[in-house]
Ligand binder design. Sequence first.
Ligand code: 3H9
Length: 697
Amino acid sequence: MPEAIAYERQGDIAILKAQNPPVNALGLDMRKGLVDGIARAEADDGVKAVLIYGDGRTYFAGADIREFGKTPQEPYLPDVCNRIEASPLIVVSAMHGTALGGGLEIALSSHYRIAVPSARMGLPEVHLGLIPGATGTQRLPRLTGVEKAIEVITSGRQIGAKEAQSLGIIDRVAEGEPREIGLAYVQDLLDSGAERRAVSELPAPQPIDFDAAYEATLKKSRGQLSPAYGVRAVQAACELPFAEGVAEERRLFMELMGTDQRQGMIHAFFSERAVGKLPELDGVDPRPINAIAVIGGGTMGAGIATSALLAGLPVVLLEMTPEAAEAARKRIEGNLGGALKRGKLSQEKFDALTQTALTLTTSYDDLKDVDLVIEAVFEEMGVKKKVFAELDRVCKPGAVLASNTSYLDVDEIAASTTRPGDVLGLHFFSPAHVMKLLEIVDADKTAPEVLATGFALGKRMGKISVRAGVCDGFIGNRILKTYRTAADHMVLDGASPYQIDKALTDFGFAMGPYAVADLAGLDIGWATRKRLAPTRDPRERVPSYMDKLCEDGHFGQKTGKGYYIYEAGKRAGVPNPEVTKLIEAERAELGLSPRDFTDDEIIRRYMAAMVNEAAKVVGEGIARRPLDVDMVKLFGYGFPRYRGGPLKWADLQGLPALLDDIKSYAREDEYFWQPAPLLEQLVAEGKTFDDLNKAAG
Ligand code: 3H9
């Protein structure tokens, strides 16, 4: 293995080249290498300056996240930064790729900074539940002022080279290889007699009202702590001498390091990358996809088509009538129009996508050349089968046939064709051009390269793709149904939908389940209740109070009335008193005397139902690993990222106590609260869900 930091001398310049692929993360060897490299340059006769740059695709992308949670080993990154800055030699960093977190902190500790135009930089530690912990919160505000530093640190966003230069974060932008532009810059500095320059020696920045900034940040981040801690760290830069500010930053950083939020977010970081890696697809090549078709141009079909167009794929969209096809075109133009307005899409690109890349048709024969078809028609087996029979007739051999069904049996759909190996589910979430989640449903006969093609398409569309087995609702909707039911039971027993929504948004969900129901349309749940009624187990408790509202034509947001009343022009609704009356009437009819629920109890029951069903989904192989469930909930269901996902949350709570809770709830309703065998097994073996993730590689 080559050394982590290579040392080379060119004239009076020492060159430190980082070589720790793929992203030059600052693990122990890199930190030691930097300290040794600086010392060697200082001892090297005639060396006047040091250039630091990264080999491969990037400058340092940050501390090595895999070391977090383990005992830190010296030299610590803040000390490495200070050691670099303290050098009497002129130290220059040349950046390319992504200079993130500890990487940018190394650059800020260098005396001069140059970057290629495509370089991006930032302090994304908040997304890992941390703050910059290697002097970034002390050095950045000395360069940019407090307000900009707070914005950069609390958002964790990446900044382009040009903007970084205008903010004073870097000194120069130049085209070329980092080594070449770096050497040229060092030479310029030496030729012009430039002096060593230390950010820590700049005056402390001007303070602002930090308490107000702290409160505003805390509110905005919906329970996530790290951004607000970032504000306090910047405050220290204003109020304390540099070394004390660094100590305060370290204290705050270590405090966050000990939190569940940090664990949750780092779990999310690695799971997001692991979720698309399936051992069974190792070495399996996807089929080439150069053109796709979408059947159905409603909200879902149009969203899928938009997503494919944005991914650079030509799309043929099939509708039943020319009028419906025209309406689909309008929807797609509307979707793309949003990107156009926000400046994410040029007018020229918009025209090319809507006029050249998109074809509308009413004839199945126009699908004969496409490589993949996604059906997004009405959710009814008979309708789906008709569509697949047509596809079977017209599509070329080897074309992948996908259904966007959200709960129907993909095995049955596949069996209705003569080529079940080519069939799979591609379950997008609405709006499909916005939502990141894609469930890829691996049916009984789906061929491995067809599954691999689904993942390749998902990647091209920028989705988080999760493999799911066949069952009613797959991973996400099946689990949703269970925790929604737990919430409905609490409503019958005495909680109000509004208390439940509030408790869950306080927990960190983007929305509560009843606000979501209003958004999705109450008619969906109503239809499902009617569909399932004939086969329902008599022990199942199903409230019917909303049926009355639906019968009167109130379906939530789209009709202005549901659990909440929505006034024109206002997004958030106010509680609908009619619902409270209907609930009270149903309780009276059932002879239930309402009891109080605390917010904690609501969360505990809701989460216990979610975890229990998720454990069944993993135990049955519908989800391969616990992390697959976690990613589904994070990217499709508004689960707070800083909690990592329901099964990471469960691990952090402790599985034995959770199982005890489930067993105690089962004493009231043993039909609903049947403990998942996998959960019982993990508790018996003293294991966690994360042990299963690790065992899966
Ligand atoms: C920090 O710096 C704290 C300091 O302030 C204080 C310390 C005291 N460590 O994403 P990709 C892996 S916190 C370890 O697929 P891309 C990644 O898991 C850190 N591993 O590529 C993957 O592994 P695998 C602040 C890392 O091109 C592989 O590299 N920095 C790290 O789509 C390729 O990654 C950040 O938060 C790491 N830091 O995106 C940056 N980074 O192949 C985090 C990546 O086994 N990283 N890996 O799956 C990123 O945002 C993206 O990875 C990056 C590249 C933009 C760099």
